[in-house]
Design a protein around this ligand. Structure first.
Ligand code: LLP
Length: 407
């Protein structure tokens, strides 16, 4: 029987009393543990780099924790470049994987000295014209994809991403034309992948493409490492997976005749399980079919259940061991799709109870919005018996910070 629900040494009630509700809470130990686990699983590879895909959670203090562990950063937008630089990450440790990049974005990346990763031939051409005699990384679409929902599969013809692996000869032509050295090759095939074979197939394709590019310093195999969301869901066997990946990689290096660096760039795996969205129940009601527990948060704060139908475990921290019943946990947004969980079996929920929505550390706050003109919640970082505020709750004034008032 669980006595108390705690994050570090803190109960949910203590955290809410101190910082207000709703509240994002991250456990620093979990982040560090995941990073070290991952690092250990690739320890046989000598030249390696783990980049953190900070789109999963771009709070500067979270970025700093991973930087301290030794991570570089994978970023996908100028704002992420800016945030990582503000967090003290060195520009050489930042890989900028752009999407439909404008010239201004290319210029910004070059000015800041981050490594550019280009995912379409026309952008590579445009880059070559502007910046000949330099070097870049290219993103390949290996025709293999995977992930928890079709929205997040980023390999294969249905996906807008990357230069198709069949177009490597075109990359070489542009590279020669402008003397742009292709120093890195990259792929990212999707998100929350729990199937080992999907990764292995993509690795094979990427390594084949890599052989055709003569000047590589690194190969980036992307992110996508899945985490268990549902109770009983199997964890990825990182050791087994990476043993196979490492063997393929080492063979490649031998044939290639150079010890290129091995890079990966997970987001969710490093921070997903560290995060909790704490929310207070303020209304309980029933209709002929459902019992509803209405909370003070919603898809404006955690959109994954609404957007992808994602499952997030929910704990009633105020009643851990009471009788169970079916309840639909909903948010306070004016849309019927604002449901965290439909007919979840949980210990009876009363008004005032505090719920913890688990595994909310990745793609929680970073995908939150001001819909219904509601402020964003605060974020805190727990480290054992220490807790600190790492982002204030937004104020009404801040909601209108860009507003221009007519006369
Ligand atoms: N690298 C690139 C280029 C990416 O686009 C992504 C994620 C990653 C790395 C990290 O993927 P991860 O290791 O976190 O799976 N909002 C969705 C996930 C979208 C992921 C987009 N790209 C969700 O909440 O499930």
């Amino acid at each position: 029987m669980q006595q108390e629900f705690k994050i570090g040494s803190f109960t949910a009630k203590e955290l809410i009393e101190k910082f207000g509700s709703p509240l994002y809470v991250y456990d620093e130990n979990t982040i560090r543990t995941r990073y070290r686990e991952l690092k250990e699983s690739i320890e046989t590879i000598e030249n390696k780099k783990i980049l953190y895909a900070c789109k999963a959670n771009s709070n500067v203090e979270i970025i700093k924790v991973l930087k301290e562990e030794g991570a570089g950063m994978d970023v996908v937008a100028p704002g992420e470049v800016y945030t990582c630089l503000k967090a003290g990450v060195s520009n050489e440790e930042i890989l900028f994987t752009g999407n439909n990049m404008t010239n201004e974005e290319l210029d910004y990346a070059v000015k800041e000295g981050v490594i550019l990763n280009i995912g379409d031939l026309s952008t590579l051409e445009r880059y070559g014209e502007k910046y000949p005699n330099t070097s870049v990384c290219v993103r390949i679409n290996p025709d293999v994809g995977g992930g928890h929902h079709h929205h997040v599969i980023t390999g294969g013809v249905e996906s807008k991403f990357g230069i198709y692996f069949t177009d490597v000869p075109e990359i070489l032509k542009i590279s020669e034309k402008y003397n742009v050295i292709i120093k890195g090759i990259h792929q990212h095939i999707g998100s929350n992948i729990l199937d080992e074979n999907t990764f292995l197939s993509a690795v094979d394709v990427l390594l084949k493409s890599a052989k055709e590019l003569p000047d590589l310093d690194f190969i980036d195999f992307g992110g996508g490492l899945g985490i268990p969301y549902e109770p009983g869901e199997k964890r990825l066997n990182l050791i087994e997976l990476n043993k196979k990946v490492a063997a393929n990689f080492k063979n490649f290096c031998q044939e290639y005749g150079k010890e290129v660096e091995f890079w990966i760039e997970p987001g969710r795996f490093l921070v997903g399980e560290s995060g909790y969205l704490l929310t207070t129940v303020n209304t309980v009601k029933s209709n002929p079919s459902y019992k509803y527990a209405g909370t003070d948060s919603g898809f404006n704060h955690l959109v994954r259940p609404t957007m992808y139908g994602s499952y997030h475990e929910i704990v009633n921290t105020s009643n851990l061991n009471g009788d169970h019943e079916k309840v639909t946990i909903c948010g306070n947004i004016c849309e019927s799709g604002d449901i965290f969980a439909r007919d979840r079996v949980l210990p009876i929920i009363n008004e005032g109870d505090i719920l913890a929505i688990l595994n909310a550390g990745a793609y929680g706050y970073t995908m939150a919005s001001n819909y219904n003109t509601r402020p964003l919640p605060a974020e805190v970082l727990v480290n054992g018996d220490q807790v600190r505020l790492i982002r204030r709750r937004e104020t009404f004034e801040e909601l209108l910070r860009n507003q221009i008032f007519g006369s």
